[in-house]
Design a protein around this ligand. Structure first.
Ligand code: MD6
Ligand code: FE
Length: 210
C-alpha cells in the first residue's frame, strides 16, 4: 500500500474509452445556468415512441435539442414546447465540456447539444445506447449535479451485467471509444437532499449531434 491510495485521481479510466473525472465541474455555476435556461425552455416529461411518459424531466440548450415523441427520437433546432429555438449553450458549458473531453484524451470536441435531465427521488433512466447522433465517434460528456445517483455501465449488450458507479455532485463521466456504444442507465435515485436544490439531481449530457 502506498501513502496516496486515499487520493482520488483527477481522471479515472473505467476501460474501453470510458472515464470518470471526480468533482471536475463547478456545480454552483451550473445550477445558476440551469435555472436561467429552463425559465426559457422549461423542463417537461417527454413521451416515448411507445407512448409512455418519461420519468426524467428534460430540456436542452445548444444548436440542437434531443426530443422524444410518439413519432420517434430526433434532434431539432426548435423546442416543440415553446416553438422557439433552444437557448444558446452558455460559453461556460462549452468550455467545461471541451476541457473535460480533453482531460480524457478526446481533443477537438465541439458540442452542439446539451441535454438537461432532472431526476427526483425514485426516478430512473432505463438502460439505453445513445445513437441518434450522426457522427458517433465523438464522445458524450456527462455532468452530475445535486443528489447522488448510481450509473450502470453495461457493455455492448446488457447480458453481461453492469458496473455500478456512484456519481456525486460535480462528477463528470465520459463515454467515448468502444464505450460510446455501451448500454448505460440510472438506477432509481435514493432519497437525499442537496442544500441548494433539495431532493433533485440534474445531469447535463454534451453531445455532437451533426
Ligand atoms: C444521467 N446519462 O446521468 C444519464 N449518456 O442522468 C446518460 O444517459 C449518459 O451519462 C451518455 C453518456 C453519458 C451519460
Ligand atoms: Fe445516455
Amino acid at each position: 500500500m502506498d501513502l496516496f491510495s486515499n487520493i482520488r485521481p483527477a481522471v479515472e479510466a473505467l476501460g474501453d474509452g470510458a472515464f470518470l473525472l471526480p468533482g471536475f465541474a463547478d456545480s454552483d455555476a451550473i445550477i445558476a445556468e440551469i435555472t436561467r435556461l429552463t425559465a426559457r425552455s422549461p423542463f417537461r416529461h417527454m413521451t416515448t415512441p411507445g407512448g409512455r411518459k418519461m420519468q426524467v424531466a428534460m430540456s436542452n440548450c445548444g444548436r440542437y435539442g434531443w426530443i422524444s415523441a410518439p413519432t420517434g427520437y430526433r434532434y431539432d433546432t426548435t423546442d416543440p414546447l415553446t416553438g422557439a429555438p433552444w437557448p444558446a449553450m452558455p460559453t461556460a458549458f462549452v468550455t467545461l465540456a471541451k476541457q473535460a473531453a480533453s482531460a480524457a484524451g478526446y481533443s477537438g470536441f465541439e458540442p452542439d447539444v446539451c441535454l438537461i435531465n432532472r431526476y427526483g427521488v425514485g426516478t430512473r433512466l432505463s438502460p439505453h445506447i445513445d445513437q441518434d447522433e450522426t457522427e458517433k465517434s465523438w464522445p458524450i460528456v456527462s455532468v452530475s449535479v445535486g443528489i447522488p445517483a448510481t450509473f450502470q455501465l453495461f457493455g455492448p449488450t446488457r447480458s453481461g451485467g453492469a458496473r455500478n458507479i456512484t456519481l456525486h455532485d460535480g462528477d463528470v463521466i465520459i463515454l467515448g471509444g468502444k464505450a460510446r456504444m455501451y448500454y448505460h442507465g440510472i438506477r432509481p435515485v435514493a432519497a437525499a437532499t442537496d442544500p441548494r436544490i433539495g431532493a433533485l439531481r440534474y445531469n447535463l449530457t454534451f453531445r455532437r449531434a451533426r
